[in-house]
Design a protein around this ligand. Structure first.
Ligand code: ASP
Length: 325
């Protein structure tokens, strides 16, 4: 299916949060060693002549290197995005962000913002000062997608590929072509300013915490502590003990392979559960999640998080604990 972007259907609001897309380096030849999050959302729009004259609003919410993304910014971003999406004059919202935690923010928004219109994240692997920056094209594609009639849900567009917010994965630390959608595959492509749909726009089932714990969701200081522990050769259960002692109410173990967990961590997980924490297991593999067999994984198996990556599973557990009160 292919559709074209016709006359502007409404305003697109661009919410800037920082990242390399807003980063500047001392030299145009530098792709690393730059400062992320220097430029505001206005400056990003001004750098794309093709956007001039389009009905856009730009707000700078944060100037973060997204490796420092925090829960307070997530809470503010979700509220701002929801507020703008509810405006009748707004066609869609674009979020500019760093690539490092883009998949986490995308999943958080996917579970917490009712997006009957497009909520499109974008980012860049090269700073705005690079000889050949990827940010301007990505921003143009994101705005194109955000004003395309019929588009809905939390999406991310990078390198002309549209990913569902729930499937996005950063796969490479340096290359411009750094993102994938895992087994789900991309949703659409942006080709010469046109959207080519590959599969239906993703459904966006909101997490029950949105209805059951709305006040707590808005106040990040009330969010429970949920940490991730990796299973690996020589893993130490003391890591889990220390996290629980430091206040963790939830833990996700990034297991090996199909979610297997080192015996030392399994023993520590039992101690954590006895102390009242919730412990789940995901997979640290680059692709795929945890497939549980018909035996449910065995009598002592920790609950598995299915296709969720460890960072997605952490968000899901955080929201579950919020909803539980
Ligand atoms: N550290 C940067 C960030 O996530 C990397 C990037 O945006 O590509 O903000």
């Amino acid at each position: 299916m292919q559709s074209t972007s016709g006359s502007p259907p409404g305003v697109v609001v661009i919410l800037g949060t920082g990242g390399t897309i807003a980063g500047t380096a001392a030299s145009a030849a530098r792709h690393v060693g730059y400062q992320a999050g220097v430029l505001g959302a206005d400056a990003l729009v001004a750098a794309v002549p093709a956007l001039q004259g389009w009905p856009l609003e730009a707000e700078t919410l944060a100037r973060l290197d997204s490796c420092d993304m925090d829960h307070a910014t997530w809470a503010a971003l979700a509220q701002r995005a929801a507020l703008h999406l509810a405006r009748p004059d707004v066609a869609g919202v674009v979020v500019t962000h760093g690539t490092d935690t883009l998949e986490e923010t995308a999943y958080f928004l996917h579970r917490t913002v009712a997006a009957a219109k497009p909520l499109v994240l974008t980012a860049a692997m090269r700073p705005a000062t690079a000889l050949s920056p990827d940010g301007p094209q990505n921003l143009f594609d994101a705005v194109t997608l955000a004003r395309e009639p019929g588009v809905r849900g939390v999406l991310a567009v990078l390198g002309g590929v549209v990913h569902a917010g729930c499937s996005l994965r950063k796969l490479h630390g340096y290359r411009v072509d750094a993102f994938g959608s895992g087994d789900a595959g991309p949703v659409a492509l942006l080709e010469d300013g046109r959207v080519r749909l590959l599969r239906p726009w993703p459904d966006a089932p909101l997490h029950p915490a949105v209805a059951q714990a709305a006040d707590s969701l808005r106040a990040a200081s009330r969010w429970p502590v949920v940490d991730i522990v990796s299973s690996h050769a020589g893993a130490r259960g003391e890591v889990i003990d220390a996290l629980v002692a430091a206040g963790a109410r939830g833990l996700v173990i990034a297991g090996t392979g199909n979610g297997s967990v080192h015996a030392e961590l399994r023993a520590a997980a039992r101690r954590a559960v006895a102390a009242g924490a919730v412990v789940r297991r995901a997979s640290r593999c680059l692709l795929g999640g945890v497939v549980v067999g018909q035996d449910g994984g065995g009598p002592d198996a920790l609950p598995a998080t299915g296709e969720l990556t460890p960072v997605q599973a952490r968000i899901e557990l955080l929201l579950d604990l919020l909803a539980a009160g």
